[in-house]
Design a protein around this ligand. Structure first.
Ligand code: SF4
Length: 473
């Protein structure tokens, strides 16, 4: 079910009350966090590698225009076609026109967040073209009629019991909760699709300017089939996903795989530099590279430019206590978790409640701690919160509440009286050492969690007593 029509707080509420979702998230995020920690600690120079990765991304972004032009020139020199797309509409038009002109009826896709971002599947289906996702997680959510809830594990929100039920219903598989028979069933269903597809659409992990090539990393082998079996391959790349040289991949692929899944390297790394050359047995007849801007060039050079360094490893999602509790759909946009709370307001500002997403963070810093390119995520979240306030996007109660708080904190007499009232109220509301329900408007705080009971003494009482004791002796 898509939850996008619900308000952000309703989506969060729904997620917090979904026990199955919590089970699935607990299992998966704990595994990812553990795997990442083990993989990074096995490196003697993890910090240096992360610094290098950051420097490479910063360097590429500082020369983005030049590197993109070099990439496009070289792709074209090798017989590929390049489409510069300023927004999603342009991409959808380009691909549907291409598909129509080449008589394409069936498309296989390998995971591409950029295509999710522009809702490409809907456009192709409306044009009467069959589209099948071939990444196992994407395939699961496609048959479930859902959207991805994680950058690298799109079906992370599903338990194996739910996947078993889906396969039973849609693929006629006998009931099971065992993973291997599910994988076999999906593979058999997908093989037929690869064989009859006329076009393959993939994402791009990195574009390499010097080589005029794109790099796709994956663990299932489906991207290789998507990009080589059909007669046309279309790759969609967010313009920021570029590196200068092939050597840069030595650093980036290492930190990406370790941060994402805890692997030293992903199982398959494909470097694709155009259509099949004359005499080559494998590869598509046509190769198209779509360079998608969709708001990225607006971010470049500004106070949020750092967000473009992201290499989509998903580590910040797994480490985030908020993501662990609510999952990806609650964020409402294509990108979820801490980096999604930054990218969504920037790339999808029209989403009605995108300005609320930067508040979906405890600012604990766990995201920055694990980010392989050291993006200062909490800082960016705070800046976005400040921007939203400047734009007048805040709850009417916030301003008087903060003004009242400031007045009280600046006035010792008021502070003491306020403290006494707070203590009295807290004593009345306290049950077994916790406050389960605060009165409005603070009830929003206790809707999803308890409030710790205040200690018996106020801070001023405690301080006076401490001073008394110190003086006496
Ligand atoms: S912000 Fe950092 S940790 Fe999060 S997905 Fe991007 S690269 Fe990975």
């Amino acid at each position: 079910m898509s939850t996008h029509t619900l308000h952000f707080f309703e989506r969060v509420d729904t997620a917090l009350h979904d026990a199955t979702l919590r089970t699935a998230l607990d299992r998966a995020t704990a595994r990812f966090v553990g795997n990442r920690a083990r993989a990074m600690s096995a490196l003697s120079d993890a910090d240096r590698l992360r610094d290098q990765a950051r420097a490479l991304r910063a360097h590429a972004l500082s020369r983005l225009d030049e590197l993109l032009e070099r990439l496009a020139e070289r792709v074209e020199a090798r017989g590929g076609h390049v489409c510069w797309a300023s927004d999603g509409e342009q991409v959808k038009r380009y691909i549907t026109d291409l598909a129509r002109s080449r008589g394409v009826r069936s498309i296989v896709k390998s995971k591409s967040m950029a295509s999710e971002e522009i809702h490409l599947n809907e456009a192709l289906e409306q044009a009467g073209i069959e589209v099948v996702e071939t990444d196992l997680g994407e395939y699961i959510i496609q048959i479930a009629g859902e959207t991805p809830s994680h950058i690298i594990a799109p079906a992370i929100h599903k338990t194996r019991e739910q996947v078993g039920a889906l396969f039973e219903k849609h693929l006629g598989m006998p009931p099971t909760t065992e993973v291997p028979p599910m994988i076999r069933t999906a593979r058999q269903a997908l093989r037929q699709r690869f064989l009859r597809a006329d076009m393959g659409i993939s994402g791009v992990n990195f574009g390499v300017a010097e080589e005029g090539a794109i790099v796709i990393i994956e663990n299932e082998g489906n991207a290789r089939l998507t990009t080589t079996v059909p007669r046309i391959h279309v790759a969609i790349m967010g313009i920021e996903r570029i590196v200068e040289r092939l050597e840069d991949l030595g650093v980036l692929l290492q930190v990406l795989a370790r941060s994402a899944t805890g692997q030293k390297l992903s199982v398959y790394t494909s470097i694709i530099s155009g259509p099949a050359r004359p005499g080559e047995a494998d590869g598509p007849e046509e190769f198209h590279l779509v360079l998608l801007d969709n708001g990225r060039s607006q971010i470049l050079g500004g106070q949020y430019a750092e967000a473009l360094m992201c290499i989509r490893c998903g580590a910040c999602l797994n480490a985030c206590p908020v993501y662990q509790s609510i999952g990806g759909h609650a964020y409402g946009g294509v990108y979820s978790g801490p980096i999604g709370a930054i990218l969504t307001p920037l790339l999808q500002p029209d989403l009605p409640d995108s300005h609320l997403l930067p508040h979906a963070s405890s600012l604990c810093g766990a995201c920055q701690e694990v980010c392989p390119v050291r993006i200062a995520i909490p800082d960016l979240l705070l800046r976005l919160r400040a921007d939203a306030v400047r734009a007048g996007k805040f709850h009417p109660i916030e301003k008087p509440a903060i003004q009242g708080y400031a007045t009280m904190m600046n006035n010792p007499a008021l502070y003491r009286v306020g403290g006494k009232f707070a203590h009295l109220g807290a004593r009345l509301l306290r049950r077994k050492g916790r406050i389960r329900r605060l009165p409005p408007p603070l009830h929003l705080w206790t809707r999803g969690r308890d409030f710790p009971a205040l200690p018996a003494q106020t801070f001023s009482e405690w301080w006076e007593e401490r001073e008394r004791q110190r003086r006496s002796g």
